[in-house]
Design a binder for this molecule. Sequence first.
Ligand SMILES: [Zn+2]
Length: 152
Amino acid sequence: MGARGQRRGGRHTPAANGSKWIRRDKRLAIYLRDGLTCTYCTRFYPHIELQLDHYARVEDGGTNEATNLLTVCRSCNSAKTNLTIRQWYGALRRRGDCSTAVGRRARAWKARCLTEHRERAKELLMAHGTMVAALAVHIVDRQRKFGPEENP
Ligand SMILES: [Zn+2]
């Protein structure tokens, strides 16, 4: 977690790779928006390690707007390497996955509204300090409401 320990006067200072730096509350809000689920393989936290992926790559002009960011797991993210989303769909087809479903999911999820999740993310981080603690509390709250989820 490179972003930790960089607080100055209550504000975060972007890391050297500023284009890749995303605020912790925004990161968590996107995870919540996407149901803590990998857009590509649909496995979910805590069975996977959550990361963010750019829909349009930064070098292709993709931004850090929530509408260009997707929750993904570490293993899909490292399998995708630096492929464009189109090249990635091709790779998914070759490994027998339905790229149409993945594409549809990616477009739908990144278009979802982030507002309520941003509130929730701020609240969780404020009350519980770390991302891991915030995620744990969120999961417990959700299980209370909807019952435990199946292990994928
Ligand atoms: Zn995945």
